[in-house]
Write a protein that binds this ligand. Structure first.
Ligand SMILES: [Zn+2]
Length: 488
């Protein structure tokens, strides 16, 4: 015994899911007191089935509730004004007026006819039409000409040309209002730069339950109207978004994110600047595995806002996290140190973050991560990263690019020679008592070298990655104890 309702299969993925959330919200208002799960939402391949676990006779309760809720939420312009993609002109279309009656009856039938007849609403409901607005479905309005989406070609006797489609794409007002309700309760809205807004819509993967959606309802206000620097590349929005959510956000693992960037061009209407879908699990894994990972993102956000620059390290981090791309993880480490250091201080990665990438992207064994030999060489390598006076990335870069053990051992020999030279020089400076306290590099022992060579026989790439990432982290900066310190 249950009530099943279906979204109208308009072919517009964002509109469908918003209508489903609107209907779900009505159900929560109607049956929220009941114990246990109230409904499920299932993706039927482009449209959704919402099943309420109540007796069919309770349909009347839903009918009463939809009218109460829509009147309560949308009889003034407040919500409309707060919703990206609703202009002062279009807000009249999505407002509930006295005397209007709404019904969920139209969602009782699953549609099997996909194509539209000309002139009918794209939801195929007969109700009074409103013109679809960009807030309800951005998919209809994408007109970034570079992508040739939603363009039609026209021919005149003189020329042929491409133009934005002028299909009116009307929907019925019930679909419009439920979609707006879905936005208000279950999407994340953030400001982006000076004149853009981001709408992040969680799209269910498979089946979700009412408790999942309740958890979304309870966290979605946390980021409402947060501002993201306009210098952030659009691609990194999911990473910045997750870095601002609490750990309870792992409910989003059951969803993909549909991200829409809307731009208010010259204070007038809206245009769609970005429209794409991302899976969430890799982002959630990164954010949840260590608070230091969030701190790293925060550091970059602060630097980006303070200096109003775009950081390429953010792009590398995004593809290291999202695609688990090894090259990006290495480039991120290097670029992060370059872009977040200041005149006086070299900023390094937290060891926890370096180890996250070593474990999850490079699949490095614990034996290598815990090896004294690896740590020892990473310290020496790191000296030429964090010591301002002798900064020289060529050793680290050489290790990253080494393709054979022979190449590797040549670089390690050069590194050892240079380190010994600096060690002697710093020791002399200290004896003269000149300047700052001397900082001598750590010198690996003969045993370390032997052990490193043994590890490289089986795990060449893993050892390379470990040396490189640890060198760019504070692991390489830990207090260096030298056995025979004659100046002590
Ligand atoms: Zn409709």
């Amino acid at each position: 015994m249950s009530i099943r309702l279906y979204t109208p299969a308009t072919g517009l993925p964002d509109l469908e899911v918003k209508i489903a959330y609107g209907i779900a919200r009505i159900g929560l208002e109607a049956f929220g007191e009941k114990k246990g799960e109230i409904f499920s939402i299932e993706d039927l391949g482009g449209h959704y089935e919402i099943e309420f676990f109540v007796d069919e006779s309770e349909f009347d309760t839903l009918e009463k509730t939809i009218n109460l809720v829509l009147k309560k939420v949308f009889s003034s312009f407040h919500v409309q004004r707060m919703t990206p993609g609703v202009t002062s002109k279009s807000q009249n279309n999505v407002t509930v007026y006295a005397g209007e009656e709404y019904s969920l009856n139209i969602y009782q039938k699953a549609f099997h006819r996909w194509a539209n007849k000309s002139g009918e609403n794209i939801c195929k409901h007969a109700g009074s039409p409103i013109r679809n607005i960009i807030a309800l479905s951005s998919a209809t309005s994408y007109h970034n000409s570079r992508d040739f989406i939603d363009l039609q070609s026209y021919k005149t006797s003189k020329a042929s040309y491409l133009q934005r489609s002028t299909d009116r794409k009307n929907i019925c007002k019930t679909c419009g209002m439920l979609s707006l309700l879905g936005i208000w309760f279950a999407t994340f809205v953030m400001n982006f730069g000076e004149n853009k807004e981001v709408m992040i819509i969680p799209v269910p993967e498979g089946k979700i339950m009412s408790s999942d959606l309740r958890r979304i309802f309870s966290i979605q206000h946390l980021v409402r109207r947060d501002r993201i620097s306009g210098k952030a590349p659009e691609r990194v929005l999911p990473l910045l978004f997750f870095s601002r959510l609490p750990s309870s956000a792992n409910v989003l693992e059951k969803f993909n994110l549909l991200i829409t960037v809307l731009e208010r061009a010259g204070g007038q209407g809206y245009r769609v600047d970005g429209f794409y879908t991302v899976p969430t699990s890799n982002y959630i894994e990164f954010i949840n595995s260590s608070p230091f990972n969030i701190a790293i993102v925060d550091t970059m956000i602060r630097r980006m806002s303070a200096e109003n620059v775009t950081l390429t390290s953010l792009l590398h981090l995004n593809s290291a996290v999202h695609y688990k791309n090894k090259k990006s993880a290495s480039l991120f480490a290097r670029q992060y140190v370059l872009e977040t250091s200041s005149e006086g201080k070299v900023n390094l990665l937290y060891p926890e973050t370096a180890k996250y990438f070593l474990r999850r992207v490079f699949m490095v064994k614990e034996e290598i991560l815990n090896s004294t030999a690896v740590k020892s060489f990473a310290k020496t390598l790191g000296y030429f990263v964090w010591n301002k006076n002798y900064q020289n990335y060529s050793f680290a870069d050489g290790i990253r690019n080494a393709r054979t053990e022979k190449e590797m051992s040549e670089i390690l020999q050069r590194l050892m020679r240079e380190a010994k030279l600096r060690y002697d020089q710093e020791s002399k400076e200290e004896q003269k008592g000149e300047g700052m306290q001397a900082e001598r590099p750590h010198i690996p022992s003969a045993k370390d070298l032997e052990e490193l060579n043994r590890l490289m026989k089986d795990s060449f790439e893993e050892v390379k990655a470990a040396l490189y990432l640890l060198a760019f982290s504070y692991e390489s900066h830990k207090k260096i104890y030298v056995g025979e310190d004659t100046n002590a």
